[in-house]
Design a protein around this ligand. Structure first.
Ligand code: MTE
Ligand code: LUZ
Ligand code: MOS
Length: 769
């Protein structure tokens, strides 16, 4: 089935938040924010702004009727700052006016007086001062102390990975209007309608049933709207609460970039030990997560870092420790992979360094240590259906790794200015919210009297195609024309207490609930079909093309007639079903359990060419063998792979978030923050499906695909590194992502001995330069 949104997207008729027609008299809200990263607030003077024409009100923490608190996991984050400012861009209040323009001019007139306090942006510094968001966590397996003694090679190192801006095409925003009795409806560009509902109720001091959140779709989230869509919705709700008017906010890109959190930067230390046959015997890693000024989702992100600290490898002796460090940056948040990529990058760096120390290719170490069925992850889950080895084998065979390595080597021998690099990148990603409690969903199905069907679930469509998959599930039960099936907006009145659409589990959780709802209705219709067709045989009835079929034979009973008959017999044609993932559990005391419904595996080969004169590079190819299970929608899933790969490459190579020493974001626009464009994407991405049985807990055995492919992008970092090493083997390399052209250029020449192969190079350079 083609993506059900495709036509409307192309025509520009899909509705996003800013496309909702405002009711006459609607007001606009604009946040104003801290102009410093850490300070005591002395005074906020809003009088000049308030008297600006068109400004209706300015609200700060003093105007909050309920609790000035939006923290999800830990209640440590005020909606509007009180007394103290903790990061540059922290909301201080909102200006409500007749238009966005009016509010913008008024915002310039607000004066904040403050006494500066010391700014900390470095997580290691925060840790040394014991500024932690939550107590540290540690995962342990085996006996590390005795394992080191068995190791023939031990290498240590330090790894940096930077943050990443979500850059959803639709910026944050929300639109609130009053209903009656003090209840309101809020359209929000959120992945988590219930989180918004709960927080609005809390801040306004009203019950949740008075707050209706509605989401038609969002223009991308990538995790950036799992938690951080909430404050903007609460702000417009507050303004509507006080003014009684509809109030809207749709953020300017530069405000959005400045005020919202990003992927967590990490700085980490590792120590890895290997046997003489390249088996990894021991791995010790310490993660310092840069959480920013409040918890947000940081503890959960840190947890997933630990879950993925050994990536797709079996390591018998592990100690992985994580600190969530409190700094004066905007609170960092969920981003596709949710801490997993950060953990995996350190493991891959450790392997790269071990390989370089030993003079072997990294893939020799990677390949020897891939996890197999029956082996244990550090958190106690036993690997099942582990396709690490089979995706690896298929990948190196199908895409001719051996041959390509030889080609790269001979290219590098012949060329001076250009060098090629190749890296193999296996991935392993656990599917389920790591917080077991969150793995549930509901679906509501109505079959109307004319046979048309309305579907509601808790899933938010954000471009990932979940609605198309939900459509396919309905079609499996009730195969009627597409125009007769509608997926409704995600609305808290129809589906309550949802988990956000996240953790790649949106289609699995909501799809399973939808399957149950459809099946329950179908089971009520079956006896009626038997009656109507007057058969007592065990027929396998189904609906095909709007007709009841008996086996492969069309009967005389139309779907629409069946529905009318069902109503005459007073059979319920509505169903609300609840699904909770079975089997999973995790004990935070022992840090052991079975947190994931299943794992997704895959292997990619990444090949790059570096121009060592300029430091720039091109991604020549990404060749993937991926574990889709049995994909229920190949084009949608391939879209997820391509998007994920490019986003991962962006994080690893070019996207560079910079805060100055005062804690101010200086990459707050697309002129200063570079993301992959059409020229930067791989010249070719090949995707091959590994043959697999799928998994019972995956929807229709089609495994979750949203986040895992991002981590193929790690391969780009190591491929570029390998190319640079071919040019300058003398460089004392660090691990510091993103590997921007500036850093590549520095590495090409730092410590480079001019007389290395001087004769060959002179000849080559005369020819090629
Ligand atoms: N794809 C698009 N086009 N836009 C997005 O915002 N978010 C990603 C992924 N793919 C995203 C996307 C993230 S972070 C997640 S968790 C999953 O989609 C969520 O959807 P799913 O659970 O239905 O896979
Ligand atoms: N969100 C969350 C997530 O709350 N828990 C998770 O485990 C998770 N994993 C990936 C993405 N978002
Ligand atoms: Mo995705 S980071 O789980 O929204």
């Amino acid at each position: 089935m083609i993506n059900i949104d495709a036509k409307n997207h192309v025509r520009g008729t899909s509705v996003y938040l800013d496309d909702i027609r405002e009711i006459n008299g609607a007001l606009y809200a604009l946040p104003f924010y801290a102009p410093v990263a850490h300070a005591k607030i002395v005074d906020i003077d809003t009088s000049k702004a308030l008297s600006h024409e068109g400004v209706k009100a300015i609200y700060t923490e003093a105007d909050i009727p309920g609790d000035n608190q939006i923290g999800g996991i830990i209640p440590d984050e005020p909606l509007f700052a009180v007394h103290e400012i903790h990061y540059w861009g922290q909301p201080l209040g909102i200006i409500v006016g007749t238009s966005e323009h009016v509010c913008r001019i008024a915002r310039e007139k607000i004066h904040v007086e403050f006494t500066p306090l010391p700014v900390i942006t470095c997580p290691r510094e925060a840790k040394s001062k014991n500024f932690l968001i939550a107590p540290p966590r540690a995962f342990r397996l085996g006996d590390l102390d005795s394992a080191w003694k068995e190791c023939v090679t031990i290498v240590e190192g330090r790894v940096e990975s930077n943050g990443q801006e979500h850059l959803y095409i639709e910026t944050q925003g929300a639109y609130a209007r009053m209903k009656e009795d003090g209840s309101m409806v809020i359209s929000s560009s959120t992945q988590g309608p219930t989180a918004v509902q709960k927080t609005v109720a809390r801040v306004l001091g009203i019950p949740m049933h008075k707050v209706e959140i509605d989401v038609v779709r969002i223009g991308g989230g990538f995790g950036g709207k799992e938690d951080q869509a909430t404050p903007w919705a609460v702000m417009v709700a507050l303004a509507t609460f006080h003014t009684g008017k509809p109030v809207k906010m749709s953020m300017h890109r530069m405000d959005d970039m400045l005020m919202t959190g990003k992927r967590h930067p990490y700085t980490s230390d590792f120590k890895i030990g290997l046997s003489s046959d390249l088996k990894i015997l021991a791995y010790e890693v310490t993660f310092y997560q840069n959480a920013g000024a409040a918890a947000d989702l940081s503890p959960a992100v840190l947890e997933r870092t630990l879950f993925h600290a050994t990536n797709a490898y079996y390591v018998p002796n592990v100690l992985a420790t994580g600190y969530s460090c409190k700094t004066n940056l905007p609170p960092n948040t969920a981003f596709r992979g949710f801490g997993g990529p950060q953990g995996m990058f350190v493991m891959e760096s450790a392997i790269a360094k071990a390989a370089e120390t030993l003079g072997v290719h990294a893939y020799e170490i990677q390949q020897r240590n891939l996890i197999k069925d029956g082996e244990e992850f550090s958190f106690g889950q036993i690997a099942e259906d582990a396709l690490a080895v089979s995706t690896w084998d298929e990948c190196v065979k199908k895409y001719n790794l051996d041959k390509r390595i030889k080609k790269v080597e001979s290219f590098n021998y012949d060329q001076f200015r250009f060098k090629k690099g190749i890296a193999v990148q296996p991935i392993c990603f656990g599917i389920s919210f790591t917080n077991t409690m969150m793995n549930h969903a509901r679906a509501l199905v109505h079959i109307y009297g004319d046979g048309s069907i309305g579907i509601s679930t808790g899933a938010v469509e954000m471009g990932q195609g979940v609605n198309t998959k939900l459509f396919q599930i309905v079609k499996d039960f009730f195969d009627i024309p597409i125009s007769q099936i509608r997926i409704e907006s995600t609305n808290t009145l129809r589906i309550a207490n949802t988990s956000p659409t996240a953790a790649s589990a949106g289609a699995d959780l909501n799809g399973k609930a939808l399957e149950m709802a459809c099946n329950n209705i179908w089971q009520r219709l079956l006896p009626l079909i038997h009656d109507l067709l007057d058969t007592d045989t065990e027929n396998s009835f189904k609906i095909t093309d709007g007709w009841v079929y008996s086996g492969d034979k069309k009967t005389g009973l139309a779907w629409t007639d069946l529905v009318i008959k069902a109503l005459q017999k007073r059979i319920s044609l509505s169903e609300h079903a609840h699904y909770a993932t079975p089997l999973i559990h995790f004990d935070k005391m022992t840090e052991k359990g079975h947190p994931f419904a299943y794992h997704v595996f895959g292997t990619a080969i990444v090949e790059v060419t570096v121009d060592c004169l300029r430091g720039i590079y091109e991604i020549d190819a990404v060749d993937i063998v991926h574990d889709f299970g049995i994909s229920m929608n190949v084009p949608v899933d391939h879209g997820q792979i391509e998007g994920g790969v490019v986003q991962g490459i962006g994080w690893m190579t070019m996207e560079e978030i910079l805060y100055n020493s005062e804690g101010r974001l200086i990459t707050n626009a697309l002129s200063t923050y570079k993301i992959p464009d059409i020229y930067a994407v791989p010249k070719a991405i090949q995707i091959h499906h590994i043959e697999s049985q799928g998994h019972e807990l995956a929807i229709k055995k089609s495994k979750a695909v949203g986040e895992p492919p991002l981590m193929y992008g790690l391969g780009a970092y190591f491929a570029i590194r390998n190319a640079v090493r071919a040019f300058n083997p003398e460089c004392d390399f660090t691990f510091d992502a993103p590997y921007t052209p500036e850093k590549v250029l520095m590495d090409c020449f730092r410590g480079r001995k001019k007389n290395v192969n001087a004769y060959r190079e002179k000849n080559l350079s005369d020819q090629k330069l």
